[in-house]
Design a protein. Structure first.
Length: 78
């Protein structure tokens, strides 16, 4: 099982999209500034999680969310 998640930066009003097989661990890393790509945009708020059956399915969804139409949907739901 994999998770596709979206974090919203409360300081920069931007979004981070990612996938993981351990959501609790990954969120802890983001919230404790242990991720180089997100530490300069803290604090974060979890705004979306989708459970996927496998990594391939999760990767397809993550790529979609990073696309133009995916970003439009994120703006609508967040």
């Amino acid at each position: 099982m994999y998770f596709v998640y979206i974090l919203k930066s409360l300081s920069k009003n931007t979004f981070y999209k990612g996938i993981t097989d351990n959501l609790d661990r990954r969120l802890r890393q983001h919230l404790n500034n242990q991720c180089a790509t997100t530490k300069n945009m803290a604090p974060w708020k979890l705004v979306f999680v989708q459970i996927c059956e496998n990594r391939r399915e999760a990767r397809v969804l993550e790529k979609y969310l990073k696309s133009g139409s995916g970003r439009e949907i994120i703006e609508q739901i967040c």
